[in-house]
Design a protein around this ligand. Sequence first.
Ligand code: NAD
Length: 389
Amino acid sequence: MKKFQVRFPVEVIFGNGEVRQIGKVTKRFGKKVFLTVTPFMNEIGTTKRVKNYLDGEGLETLIYDEIQSNPSCDKIDEAAYFAKKERCDVVVGIGGGSAIDTAKAVAVVVGNGRSSWDYTQRTDHEVAQPTQATLPIIAVPTTAGTGSEATLYAVLTNPKIKEKSTIISSRVFPKTSIIDPGLTISVPPALTALTGFDALSHALESYINVNSNAYSELIALESMRLLFHNLPSAVADGQNIEARSKVAWAATLAGMAISHAGTVLPHAMGQPISGLYNAPHGGTIAACLVKIMEYSFTSNIEKFAYIAEAMDEDVKSLSIHQKAEKSIELLKQLSEEINLSVSFGNYGVQREDIPKIVDIVLKGFKQDVDAHPKKINKEEIENLYYECI
Ligand code: NAD
């Protein structure tokens, strides 16, 4: 067995209605709160509710609700300037991955200075490292997808070059994450499907990643099992709190899995499309996951067989090769069940854009390409993009 280390410094509070603990939790880390919140939370009264919980514990709160999907490093730097000027000492992110990643990057910049982009992992600049001066971060997800509540990542977009990159640092693990599945009830079916598929892809990518270990594999398989059995119910009936809970927990598990093993080619190919075309993150993954798995499953037949077993116990009697093939069929079946049918072309990608996109993949996401179980070169990545248009 390979050597490995488990490091998961996040306190997790899970349960329907548990957002009510936000005041008590936050009070442990500071007195003046910078709250980054998805604007939709204002419309449905969640922002007010959370503010009341914080007020109830005597905390002062500044609300920042200019969250955009695929958050821009410029807007984050502006928000951090404001948070620093106001001497905020703890950052709470409530929303999808965009609001939580904004909270994480603000915490880094307030504590360490510079621009948030300087901390992203890229081969074309010297990567700045966040120190322990990074403000404490509390995360409360309202989508069940990115797993940002359980990761050491914050994904930013640089609007000048239209590229996305990731801060990778244990300093951006939230101190506490409150996973309240009730907050995901308002997510509409199409977004439930996209974000759920993102979580599934995290679990799957971390599982086949060459850097996976016994711990990440265990939680990734459980995440895939939960998603395969519950995502269709959460999409079909958004009020089904049991299905919502299982999907929310699966997304968090998948976040823990990628924090230990990382993502591979689907994220490397999807992220640049969000940066260039402002496409939804889950959609860019859904556009390529099945094709990439078809291309890759022979690289580790045994692992793909286990994926099939996690998703469908009925495959037990099949041969290992048949099970591995079945894993691809099961993925297609799930996409159909949740009405997920997207291509890169839907987001505006043209054939002539692809060489430029592949350059971005190799500059910003090389670590994911290198960790993919099937070795792949530039031309093969280009061909996969052509197939996913
Ligand atoms: P998002 O945060 O961009 O939100 C998408 C939409 O969902 C927004 O319009 C938002 O208002 C809406 N929304 C959020 N919660 C809702 C609710 N409860 N009800 C109704 N609408 C709601 O989407 P996301 O997929 O959660 O996050 C995507 C971002 O996270 C991308 O930037 C992606 O790159 C990043 N990401 C981060 C990590 C990480 O580990 N940090 C991992 C994967 C992806």
